[in-house]
Design a protein around this ligand. Structure first.
Ligand code: ZN
Length: 273
């Protein structure tokens, strides 16, 4: 009997393409401490040459060290584990003029970097999580699309189930229609779940300051705007679940303490209008 069928799965794995993606996209959910613990953040393309103030650098080692420390500070702050991998990000793989880091197509078939699948599979096997969080790849950054596609390879027959998060800040730059189209390309029959983060928003924004090399006031403002754009005066993060949830929303992925939270009303956009 495998771990998957023996009911011994525990905890949550968050797959993050770069050092700041989980904090930007689901930083509120992480502050809320609702995911089943232990929660392990796996930053995949940790080798980086990008800084927001000076763009692409020739010395990736210094940038990578900075980004690793920023990621560690975030993980400490929300009390989760961090696995910082050093697969080279798209700008290092493709090089100047860097236009190639965004794909013209959602269903791009970029090869996985050598060993990526094996390394991630080993982490999943060792931790046997109950669920995996992965990006949708909105914005079509090649690294985000690769990590989104990884979820297919990892979650055979839906075990463990995958919850997809909306990639911020990119999701704020496209229309709702484009997001819905993108979601249907990633996987059929995904269910939207709106997680209220009214009480967590300010901590989320504070934590984003850990990523000084990547995130400034502008990006924080976009994150705040996006959280508030569904319903005036209320803040949400939206994730998409890959299994039918029968009105229980994120319940399969929550820790015991938090299982009473659900009203069943927040799984549909209509309920917010
Ligand atoms: Zn990213």
């Amino acid at each position: 009997m495998s771990v998957e069928t023996s009911g011994l799965q525990k905890g949550t794995i968050i797959l993050s393409p770069h050092a700041d993606d989980a904090a930007l996209s689901i930083g509120g959910i992480l502050c809320k401490r609702v995911l089943e613990e232990p929660v392990t953040l796996v930053t995949i393309f940790g080798r980086s040459n990008y800084r927001r103030d000076s763009s692409f650098q020739s010395d990736w080692k210094m940038v990578t060290e900075t980004r690793r420390h920023e990621d560690l500070a975030f993980a400490d702050s929300v009390k989760i584990n961090l696995e910082y991998l050093e697969f080279p990000e798209a700008s290092l793989r493709f090089g100047p003029p860097f236009d190639e880091i965004f794909s013209p197509r959602i269903d791009t078939k970029d090869n996985f970097p050598t060993d990526l699948l094996a390394v991630i599979k080993r982490i999943i096997d060792n931790t046997a999580p109950k669920s995996i969080f992965a990006p949708l790849g909105i914005g079509r950054h090649r690294d985000h699309l690769i990590v989104s596609r990884l979820s297919y390879e990892l979650a055979t027959l839906g075990i463990p189930p995958v919850v997809y998060y909306e990639d911020l800040p990119y999701a704020a730059y496209v229309s709702e229609n484009e997001i819905l189209q993108h979601v249907s390309c990633v996987r059929s029959a995904l269910t939207p779940v709106y997680v209220p983060i009214n009480h967590e928003l300010s901590s989320k924004l504070t934590n984003l300051r850990s990523y000084k090399s990547q995130i400034g006031e502008f990006e924080s403002g976009i994150v705040e705007y996006y959280a508030s754009h569904w319903r005036s005066g209320h803040f949400y993060e939206r994730v998409w679940a890959s299994i039918p949830l029968a009105g229980t929303d994120l319940q399969p992925f929550l820790n015991d303490e938090y299982k009473d939270w659900h009203s069943g009303k927040n799984s549909r956009l209509d309920s917010l209008k």
